[in-house]
Design a protein around this ligand. Structure first.
Ligand SMILES: [Zn+2]
Length: 338
């Protein structure tokens, strides 16, 4: 089995060739998309065999304009090798891939989390021979505080503002983070407003009856109905932007809003100032360093390949703990010949 990285992860044997989260998917007879974040899917969906979850399929079919008729599969097999999926705990519809053959079991996590966020099913590590794992927060300095405690403290802070007549703006990626934020905070007010980018995904999820959609007013409707002036206990969900951007600063000037940014990077004390927000909340869709180590320990593979983010550092940390770990790069395959 040959595993390498170039515009995504390539895995090949003499009998099959697979591209995982690969942007030049058209060259692969079989591809796997772990989730619908734009850095994991190509601009053009190819006419090939595609393994992904049904929710990822809905998102891809609606969010990628350049679309050919790919053949979608929940499960695929070639000879005695099967390609199946389990939840990866990252965002709605995200999955990890399991490649099972008589010779070996390989798991590719995609973006992953094992924390219970009460909304999407966490990744459940399984024993395997080879593990390909993401490294976004793959450095010991990235340890997130307990999820439930962060949510509780933030709920209390939001409630306090709303009681004082101060509306709040909650920012996170429209796909993934926002559904997590709706789940945690939308019950705190009857006046929920969605930015158009959030509303587009929310409408799609509602139409397709996918869990994660909420009842809300779009910003345009709220503006034309004068909702923002009429009430002052609204919660406005928007994509993640700097507080210095014109849209957010004009909201602040007009309505005295408090701005919350939700991101794993908020564990850095500078993040709040970089983003010019009132509150920077360290909540991520990704595993932190301790989760990544826990996943590796529970999967207990013979070989680990690290991808994305500080993959060299994560591989070094794993080697310290006795694992055979290699950062996956274009060179990985070449090196194995020398
Ligand atoms: Zn992602």
């Amino acid at each position: 089995m040959r595993i390498s990285f170039s515009r995504g992860i390539k895995i090949a044997t003499d009998s099959w060739k697979l591209g995982c989260d690969i942007t030049n998917s058209q060259y692969f007879p079989l591809v796997f998309y772990s989730h619908a974040h734009s850095d994991h899917i190509p601009r053009k969906i190819p006419k090939t065999n595609i393994v992904c979850s049904s929710i990822t399929r809905i998102l891809v079919e609606n969010l990628v304009s350049n679309f050919e008729d790919g053949k979608f599969h929940d499960l695929y097999s070639i000879g005695d090798t099967t390609f199946s999926q389990i939840p990866s705990g990252h965002i709605i519809g995200s999955t990890a891939l399991i490649i099972d053959s008589p010779e070996s079991k390989v798991i590719y996590t995609g973006d992953v989390s094992i924390r219970n966020k009460g909304f999407i099913e966490p990744f459940k590590p399984e024993k395997c021979d080879k593990l390909i794992i993401e490294s976004t927060f793959g450095s010991p300095k990235y340890i997130f505080p307990h999820y439930d405690e962060v949510i509780k403290e933030t709920q209390e802070q939001i409630q306090k503002y709303l009681e004082e007549g101060v509306p709040v703006v909650l920012m996170g990626y429209a796909l993934g983070k926002s559904q997590m934020l709706y789940h945690a905070f939308s019950h705190l007010s009857d006046n929920i407003i969605l930015h158009e980018s959030n509303a587009k995904i929310n409408t799609l999820l509602a139409e397709k009856k996918v869990d994660g959609a909420i009842e809300a007013t779009t910003y345009q409707d709220a503006k034309s109905e004068g909702l923002l002036e009429k009430t002052n206990d609204w919660i406005f969900f928007t994509p993640l932007r700097s507080g210095r951007n014109e849209f957010h600063s004009s909201l602040k000037n007009k309505f005295n809003t408090k701005l919350f940014a939700f991101s794993g990077w908020a564990i850095s004390p500078n993040y709040k100032y970089q983003m010019a927000v009132d509150h920077a909340i360290p909540i991520s869709d990704h595993a932190d360093f301790s989760e990544l180590i826990e996943i590796c320990e529970k999967c207990n593979p013979r070989e680990i390949y690290t991808v994305y983010g500080p993959k060299i550092q994560l591989a070094a940390e794993l080697r310290k703990r006795g694992f055979k770990a290699t950062p996956l790069s274009k060179q990985t395959l070449l090196e194995s010949f020398f």
